[in-house]
Structures are given as C-alpha cells and as structure tokens.
Design a binder for this molecule. Sequence first.
Ligand SMILES: [Zn+2]
Ligand SMILES: [Zn+2]
Length: 149
Amino acid sequence: MTTHTGGCQCGTVRFEITSAPILAYCCHCTDCQQQSSSAFGISVWFPGSAFRLTSGMLKTWVTQGESGNQKSCTFCPDCGTRIYHAFPDESDTFSVKGGSLDNIKDITPIAHIWTKSAQPWLKARLTAEHCFEIEPDDFEGLITQFNKL
Ligand SMILES: [Zn+2]
Ligand SMILES: [Zn+2]
C-alpha cells in the first residue's frame, strides 16, 4: 500500500494518506494564485477516505470555486498553510495542495489548467501536451493518462 505523508509549514499539522494519487495537475486560476500567494497551485487528488490527520487540527473555510461549486478549504490554524480542498456536492475526492506533501517531487503533474490566467512569463514556457485554457470538460481522460505515468 502506498502511503504519502505531509504537513504544514509550522509542523503542527501532519497527515498521512494510504493511497496512490488519483490525479495531479497545476492550476493557474486566479483563486489558486491568490490562495498559494504564488504563480499557480498544485492539485493532487486522493480518495478522501484515505486521508488521516496524525497531528494537529484543521480549520475549514468554505468558498465557491471558479466553477460555481462549493469548496471546503482546510488549513493549519496556526500557520495558515492550506492542506486540501474538498467538494461536498461531488465525490469523496480531496484535492491535496501539492506543496504540503513530503514527496511532491515524486509526483509529476499531468496537465496545466486555466492557462488563460497563467502569469505571462510562465505561459510562454507552458508547452506541455496537456494544457487547457480553462478546465477540461471532464477529468476522466487525464486520470487515465496520469495512471499510465
Ligand atoms: Zn502549521
Ligand atoms: Zn485553481
């Protein structure tokens, strides 16, 4: 069984996920830019049922995603590091923020989405096969491709 571990910047929050990732991609939407205080977010999908908090507490803030769906955003109340997003209306899928994973260097994102709002200096370098101006119509094809990596 694959286990992934991770945590927040101050170290209070630690978690483990007993599953391989379902999908990983970079999101260049303005929400992800603001949330990460950086150029883009790394989203790594896992089954929510495989996620277990091993230390600390999480706080949740609910907002609306660019698609209009509700999004629960969990973070460390001490240092503010975002840990994962969950989508109550949809599935059991958690979108874990890539930078919170200890081994993010071993997970290769399959796609770049919302490139229409990518930072101009970065957009020029985005030549990956799977780039989407906005969101792909469905993620199934990407999940299949990701699992072949
Ligand atoms: Zn923290
Ligand atoms: Zn985004």
